[in-house]
Design a binder for this molecule. Structure first.
Ligand code: SF4
Ligand code: SF4
Length: 471
């Protein structure tokens, strides 16, 4: 991180955050409406992201949701592939890979994620803020409206804003819930009414309330106070990280521009526009700060100013401290190389785990507390419980074979012959083995699950028998 000045007086901005005033109360931020090339690009990208978010629950693959995160019933579908709690290690691994990716990405590109694709920024800046500008006007009008006495006009504007905010929060809550319980169940909630789906209805109320409060009151505090990613910036960024930065070498010493006066100062004309547009209320000229979400509004604002006064664009731009300070070029640091190697290993392992993930998963457990049983004709049996999960969206006919040692299976009660799509079957069975096949008290046993003549899963356990069985 860099500071524009070593002067401790100018460092005082680090003593508190911009959204807290001297009395320790919330200082409301009224950011000026941004405009410019980055803002336009972010608007287009946000439309795409919003379309994906709101369209997600409707997207289906072969009649099944594209994405489902049903934590209640422990059903998960990612890109049309169903995952079961048995695949939890894959989730854990994917999360680990994702975290390393985020760290690596942040070390190189700073908080690009926050400004361009974070749902909080997209909803706040590209949805709710735009509506606020539309109903209440730009930042000066908003300030004036908030400071004014309650009149009919103020009441109308405020109620219109909060009504629209509530409706959008309700819409987001519905979509969010659809990702958890699935669109079909959400539809049932709408058709049957809250009485029959009290859990779903309460979730909808809670989610709507949370989203409404976040976007009407909490706003930038979510990024500054709550978001763990934001809090980690201090340790993730270094002097080579690309951030939205102010070129203090070029900009200082800042000062107002005067007509017909030969300028002997830096390029910053101290117009404060970069501060006025900032949704977290900071002055980027003080250096990279934890509150900066890399939204690029200050780049657009400053580029506009530079165009107007005839200076080169890019006084605030995507850059790094080293590039500003020493005009150095981007280079791969040992930290970047180290993270890349770890990431590569994790990605390769994750791809292999996903590629070799079986369609069915079998668990075979010997009934606890039971020894072997002596049968006639020199046979020994062990009692097992079997659990078999079909993770696919198709029915799978199955048979079982004791591969090692050679033996037979005898189901007690229901026999598992067919695995219905996305289901788990359980049964109890005896495995019967000739005494002569057993080498010791505990013999390794391999059971194969076969479908259409192919072995689709294999499970290992032990078979108990009398000591010194093989003669
Ligand atoms: S917008 Fe640019 S010129 Fe104006 S104060 Fe900010 S850095 Fe200086
Ligand atoms: S400093 Fe610039 S990039 Fe950072 S949050 Fe403020 S306006 Fe956005």
């Amino acid at each position: 991180m860099y500071t524009a000045s070593e002067n401790s007086e100018q460092e005082s901005f680090r003593d508190s955050i911009a959204t807290i005033n001297k009395e320790g109360k919330r200082s409301w931020i009224y950011p000026k409406k941004p405009s410019g090339r980055y803002y336009n690009a972010r608007t287009i990208l946000s439309f795409v992201m919003l379309a994906i978010f709101f369209g997600g629950p409707f997207m289906q693959v072969n009649g099944h949701p594209l994405m489902l995160f049903n934590v209640i019933e422990r059903k998960f579908i990612l890109l049309g592939i169903p995952f079961w709690p048995q695949d939890f290690f894959l989730f854990g691994f994917a999360m680990l890979t994702f975290i390393v990716f985020i760290i690596l990405f942040t070390v190189i590109f700073g908080r690009v994620f926050c400004g361009w694709v974070c749902p909080q920024t997209i909803f706040m800046e590209m949805v709710f803020r735009k509506i606020e500008y539309w109903i209440e006007g730009d930042y000066k009008e908003q300030k004036k409206l908030d400071a004014a006495e309650w009149t009919m006009e103020k009441s109308l504007r405020k109620s219109a804003k909060f009504s629209v905010f509530f409706l959008i929060s309700f819409l987001i809550a519905n979509t969010f819930l659809a990702y958890i319980i699935g669109f079909d169940k959400l539809k049932l909630l709408a058709i049957d009414g809250p009485g029959k789906h009290i859990g779903g209805f309460l979730s909808l109320v809670v989610f709507t309330g949370i989203f409404f409060l976040v976007y009407t009151r909490f706003r930038e505090q979510a990024c500054i106070v709550v978001c763990p990613y934001g809090r980690l910036q201090g340790v993730l960024l270094d002097r080579n990280s690309m951030v939205v930065g102010y070129d203090y070498v070029r900009g200082e010493k800042r000062g107002k521009i005067r007509k017909n006066e030969k300028r002997e100062m830096g390029d910053c004309i101290d117009c404060h526009l970069c501060v006025n547009v900032c949704p977290t209320g900071i002055d980027i000229r003080n250096g990279t700060q934890m509150e900066c979400i890399n939204c690029t509004a200050c780049i657009d604002a400053c580029d506009g100013v530079m165009d107007r006064v005839g200076f080169k664009r890019g006084l605030i731009r995507y850059t790094s401290e080293n590039i500003i300070a020493s005009k150095a070029k981007f280079r791969f640091t040992p930290r970047i190389i180290g993270y890349s190697v770890v990431l590569l290993i994790l990605l390769t392992t994750l791809s292999s785990l996903l590629a070799f993930r079986s369609d069915v998963e079998t668990t075979l457990l010997r009934t606890p507390g039971m020894l072997y049983q002596n049968l006639d004709q020199g046979r020994i049996s062990n009692l097992y419980s079997i659990q078999i999960v079909n993770k696919t969206f198709k029915n799978i006919p199955v048979t079982f074979r004791v591969k090692e040692p050679v033996g037979n299976i005898l189901f007690i009660g229901k026999e598992i012959k067919n695995l219905k799509e996305q289901s788990m079957e359980e049964a109890v069975l005896f495995i019967i083995v000739q005494r002569s096949e057993l080498k010791k008290i505990k013999t390794p046993l391999v059971l194969e699950v076969i479908s259409d003549g192919k072995v689709i899963d294999e499970v290992k356990t032990n078979f108990m028998g009398p000591q010194g069985s093989r003669q």
